[in-house]
Design a protein around this ligand. Structure first.
Ligand code: ZN
Ligand code: ZN
Length: 201
């Protein structure tokens, strides 16, 4: 929660704040990358008094934790998220309601944030800004080669890693041989099961 009482209501007044807060829950993209709950969230905020409320501009910095989408290595990422939001005075809204078109007003109200007793809550604004600043597909390094499609080894650890083309064909043949053997085993076990049945009778 931020307090605007010190700022006052004189349009043009400005106040700068620096604050470190604990990151709330669910601060990121679920299951992909996010700022862990309780991790420090450094805020630089500028409050600016305008006619209808307080314009809040700022930057949030935090360290997000996630996993590389290519090689699944854990990764840390510094997030730098800019935000800007208008918090209106509740009474200023009453004044604008008189002049505004009813339809426009209803639409605006949905997204509009208000000061409550001179206080405002930045949590949802910060969450949106941080989520927007995070990559949907985080990678440990821009050119992460990912995992070997054949054996699952992490290619960044082993740049020379490769399998010979001959190996691939041989593997396919081995797979085929395995299938034939499985078929024979099935017939065998069927015969065995028949024997068991006879013995039981
Ligand atoms: Zn990676
Ligand atoms: Zn491999």
């Amino acid at each position: 929660m931020f307090d605007t009482h010190e700022l006052g209501r004189r349009p043009g007044a400005q106040q700068r704040l620096t604050r470190t807060v604990d990151a709330p829950k669910d601060f990121g993209i679920d299951g992909v990358i996010g700022v862990p709950e309780g991790a420090p969230l450094e805020l630089e905020v500028r409050l600016e008094s305008v006619m209808e409320g307080v314009l809040v501009t700022g930057t949030a910095r935090a360290s997000a934790k996630g996993e590389c989408v290519r090689c699944l290595e854990p990764l840390d990422l510094e997030v730098d998220a800019d935000f800007q939001e208008m918090f209106s005075y509740p009474d200023a809204d009453d004044r604008s309601r008189v002049t505004a078109e009813p339809a426009d007003d209803a639409e605006e109200d949905e997204d509009r944030l208000f000061l409550e007793d001179g206080l405002f809550d930045l949590e949802s604004v910060l969450r949106d800004a941080v989520v927007l600043a995070l990559p949907m597909q985080p990678v440990c390094q821009d050119d992460c080669p990912g995992l070997c499609s054949q054996c699952g080894a992490r290619l960044a650890d082993d740049p020379d890693h490769h399998h010979d083309a001959v190996d691939i064909r041989w593997a396919a043949l081995q797979g085929l041989a395995g299938t034939i053997q499985d078929g024979e085993k099935d017939e065998m076990s069927g015969a065995e099961a028949g024997v068991d049945e006879k013995q039981e009778k």
